[in-house]
Design a protein around this ligand. Sequence first.
Ligand SMILES: Nc1ncnc2c1ncn2[C@@H]1O[C@H](COP(=O)(O)OP(=O)(O)OP(=O)(O)O)[C@@H](O)[C@H]1O
Ligand SMILES: [Mg+2]
Length: 226
Amino acid sequence: MIEVKNLLCRYGDITAIRDINFVLQKGETMALVGPNGAGKTTLLMALAGHVRCHSGQIDFNGANITGAEAVDRCLNGIGLVPEGRRIFPDLTVLENLEVGGYSRPKTEQPENLQNVFNIFPRLHDRQKQLAGSLSGGEQQMLAFGRAMMSRPRLMLVDELSLGLMPSVVDECYDALKKLQSEGIAIILVDQNSDASMAFCSSTLIMESGHQIWSGASHQAPESSIY
Ligand SMILES: Nc1ncnc2c1ncn2[C@@H]1O[C@H](COP(=O)(O)OP(=O)(O)OP(=O)(O)O)[C@@H](O)[C@H]1O
Ligand SMILES: [Mg+2]
């Protein structure tokens, strides 16, 4: 599904991530953990096409997408739930979801919307509400729903539980479970690394921009850094 080889990304002269290598297959889940500034967001942004790769390679479903634009990666099935949600506050819930589904044929939209509403019934009840007036938890659900509208085969989730009540965090993990059961691969960053490692079968640990360990989550070394 996705294979990352010797990935290196820079911001100007500063190398933010380097020597990143991993493979993730259909329906597999990987927790990305590491201290602040380790490069977790940068790696997710590089996979989504929002940060340029300086060297190395990203293959997605057998195609080299290293230089592909973010919009094309979305079309190819890479969905992103970014840190801070980044929903459109002045659009309604429904309009936000429609934006998320713009890459798909219009005829698919009712089914895709239904799929989102099945997982997050609260979004169904608030379709006409301006997204900016949603609670933090509802905004996270909307960010999830918007990413789901493009029918991703790989979902990238940054800071899942940031600022959310435990009950909403549980709802988001339930949503992830459903996505995984549909064969969607997931790369997850959560400040609660215990939660993300409990959910994901594999873990990649980063520190200062490079990968210090990767493998099965239950074999991850005890560490005070994440
Ligand atoms: N737009 C940018 N321009 C320059 N440097 C950046 C930019 N974004 C991130 N960095 C730097 O890249 C490094 C990795 O940052 P990144 O945000 O990827 O880390 P992170 O692991 O997501 O951290 P956190 O846990 O705080 O979210 C940091 O040193 C950061 O200062
Ligand atoms: Mg981050």
